[in-house]
Write a new protein. Structure first.
Length: 311
């Protein structure tokens, strides 16, 4: 590391932004408001930092990250689990906002996560609508489960809420479809993805929102990014079971549902799955391998901008 290189960690909460600078050890706390973010940006900019790292905190980090990116600063939003694992590996187990900012700065200095462009406004809107869709589906499932056990005093109220949720879900689905149709790039990708048997609207929009790297990485990297690549668990002579781990949970959930349908109706995935079954592979292994196979196919199709070609 050059003596002049500076790394900055920012711990984000709903109300505050704690900033730690390495190697100067400067620390400042700012309000997580529009004015506070502006003051924080003015404080950080003169450092000409090599890297500025924030943890993903459910959206509270976006205003700060967007403001820093707008100034052309190298900002990265990382998975909080990666930072906590790093902290544990270095023996830093105590936790306060200021300590967290120092740990994030140290993580930035040691790991140097890759800087990737932040999502633009339309991409953030797509993501927000997709998150709202998941919330509505969760509420619908919960209310329908309650309805089966509801007393006659509460049944009408639950039924009314289910009708309202159904209407809201329809509205969000229309907004998602309209947003995709307005973008030539998204529209083309959506048509490519949905041309594959097993891939429907939900899987397609999830991939568009949560896996923008689709079509830009090779099959091994995209599988590892999603979390469908089997990881070794070996030590000495011990050979443990390979298992998938980490990655992007929302994408894996969508691929899981798509793979189960593809195993039944997609000729390529069906033949692939049957071969694994005949080899004695457990059902979970068959589905996971089918998820990876489907992802590889989709990745290649998006990369080459080609639709599904039935045999």
């Amino acid at each position: 590391m050059n003596a002049t290189e500076v790394f900055i960690g920012i711990d984000v909460s709903k109300d505050t932004l704690d900033v730690a600078v390495r190697p100067t050890a400067e620390e400042m706390t700012f309000a997580n408001t529009e004015d506070g973010v502006a003051v924080m940006t003015d404080f950080i900019q003169p450092f000409s930092a090599r890297l500025i790292v924030l943890e993903a905190t459910g959206g509270w980090e976006m205003a700060a990250a967007s403001a820093l990116a707008a100034k052309g600063l190298p900002v990265v939003i990382v998975n909080p689990r990666h930072v906590r694992d790093f902290a544990k590996s270095t023996g830093l187990l105590a936790k306060t906002d200021k300590l967290d900012a120092r740990i994030i700065a140290r993580f930035a200095e040691s790991v140097k996560p890759e800087v990737r462009p932040l999502k633009d406004e339309e991409s953030q809107r797509l993501e927000a609508l997709l998150v709202r869709r998941r919330q509505l589906l969760q509420m619908l499932t919960a209310e329908k489960n309650r309805l089966s056990l509801a007393s006659h005093w509460t049944k009408k109220n639950i039924q009314a809420h289910i009708r309202w949720l159904d209407k809201e879900l329809e509205k969000v689905n229309r907004e998602l479809q309209n947003l995709i149709q307005k973008s030539p790039l998204w529209r083309e990708k959506d048509e490519i993805l949905q041309s594959v048997k097993g891939v429907g609207f939900t899987t397609s929009v999830t991939l568009l929102s949560d896996l923008p790297e689709l079509g830009t990485l090779n099959r091994k990297k995209i599988a590892a990014l999603v979390g469908v690549a089997p990881l070794n668990r070996d030590s000495g002579k011990y050979r443990g079971k390979r298992a998938i781990w980490g990655g992007r949970a929302n994408v894996r959930t969508a691929l899981y549902m798509a793979a189960r349908i593809a195993i039944r109706f997609n000729p390529v995935i069906r033949v692939f799955a049957e071969r694994l079954k005949k080899a004695g592979k457990p059902y979970k292994v068959v589905v996971t391998a089918s998820m990876r196979k489907l992802l590889t196919i989709l990745n290649t199709m998006v990369k080459n901008r080609t639709r599904w070609q039935p045999a």
